[in-house]
Ligand binder design. Structure first.
Ligand SMILES: Nc1nc2c(ncn2[C@@H]2O[C@H](COP(=O)(O)OP(=O)(O)OP(=O)(O)O)[C@@H](O)[C@H]2O)c(=O)[nH]1
Ligand SMILES: [Mg+2]
Length: 350
């Protein structure tokens, strides 16, 4: 299964595109659109609460294997820039740029926009992403131009992504929970994505950061009961030994996670931010969790300094209040919510 994030600035055609590619399901700060009609099952995630909510953007990206960045004809605004920085800091190797609303512009303008994007994305993770000009306007002269191209491109990436997912099936299971609710007569139901391994019905695993043993009573995918779910599957799980009120977005079901309130991260500060100072407050994102943290110490080549400058590699010691669960391979993002371009750095736990 391929999970695809559809992101972009306001009014970039995100929701219309997602609705064109799948059938609407779960809706919160993100909306999920399912497509089980094609040969490959796909879930499209519309981060509709972005730009107001960075959390919606990060959630959509961290439950997805493939991002589509929507850029409308007039679209190189600050939030398109912020999305590009987020994709770069998260290190997405592959993705697609959709030049939306192609019926509202013309070929020359599209070529010009492509050229501008090429310049802006040079040296970032997005530099070789393919651009597809498309529209979803059924009354246009060139109605649905580019949609078939987009689908073909998604399919070719899916093939690669599914092969990578297969390689992870033998790892210990790990599920990132994005929604949880109570179903009368069924108890706690959690929705999420298998980020590695194969989840089996009746598995006894732990729920982090609670560190509580739980049992997977049953598993569903696309509303069908299944006995086991391989890497990449979006699942609904009935959980035993926990109530819905105790489960939050970002909780992880697995064998083992680190759980802390303080973090020592080896960081790369973004080129496109301002300096980070000791005692400043940043917003930390890891997996689907987020939490304000305070910068306690900055170490540059092992030596304590008072500030970290853009494009610098350094170690940040951060303190928070809430326990978060994470692993060695999880990429942390740091944001400064007071700035216009909010993303500040990425890093890994030491
Ligand atoms: N002409 C034309 N209009 C489009 C196309 N795609 C979307 N629109 C229109 O553009 C507006 C914005 O599209 P949405 O899909 O809502 O974009 P969005 O990024 O989800 O917007 P917000 O969530 O409100 O920020 C809507 O009025 C759509 O009907 C397109 O391909 N062609
Ligand atoms: Mg929308």
């Amino acid at each position: 299964m391929t999970n695809i994030a559809i992101i972009g600035t306001e009014q970039s055609g995100r929701t219309t595109l997602a609705a064109n590619l799948g059938k609407k399901g779960t809706h919160s700060d993100i909306s999920l659109y399912n497509n089980d009609k094609e040969s490959r099952k796909m879930v499209f995630v519309d981060a509709h609460s972005y730009p107001k909510s960075l959390k919606a953007l990060i959630t959509a990206l961290n439950i997805s294997d493939l991002p589509i960045l929507c850029v409308p004809p007039e679209g190189l605004d600050a939030h398109t820039g912020e999305c590009i920085i987020a994709l770069d800091l998260l290190g997405f190797k592959q993705g697609i740029i959709a030049l939306t609303m192609s019926d509202k512009t013309h070929v020359y303008a599209i070529e010009e926009l492509k050229g501008k994007l090429k310049k802006i994305t040079a040296g970032t993770a997005l530099e070789n992403w393919e651009c597809v000009a498309l529209n979803t306007n059924k009354s246009a002269k060139n109605a649905f131009e580019g949609i078939e191209n987009l689908k073909a491109l998604i399919n070719s990436y899916s093939e690669k992504i599914e092969a990578e997912q297969k390689e992870k099936n033998k790892l210990p299971p790990r599920v990132l929970i994005d929604h949880a609710f109570n179903v009368t007569g069924k108890g706690c139901v959690a929705l999420g994505v298998i980020s590695q391994g194969t989840l089996q019905e009746k598995d006894k695993l732990k729920l982090f950061p609670l560190d509580r043993v739980i049992e997977i009573r049953s598993i569903q995918s696309h509303d069908v009961d299944i006995k086991s779910a391989p890497t990449g599957t979006r699942v609904g799980m009935r959980l035993k030994n926990v109530q819905e009120k105790d489960v939050e977005r970002g909780f992880i079901i697995s064998e083992k996670e680190n759980v802390t309130t303080d973090y020592t991260l080896d960081c790369c500060i973004s080129k496109f931010t301002k300096k980070i100072e000791v005692l400043s407050v940043l917003h930390l994102f890891v997996g689907l969790q987020s939490e304000p943290v305070r910068v306690e110490k900055i170490l540059l080549n092992g030596k304590e300094v008072q500030e970290a400058l853009p494009d610098m590699k350094c170690t940040l010691e951060l303190s928070g209040n809430k326990k978060l669960a994470y692993g060695k391979e999880d990429r942390f993002l740091l944001a400064n919510l007071d700035l216009t371009q909010r993303f500040a750095a990425y890093g890994y736990s030491k």
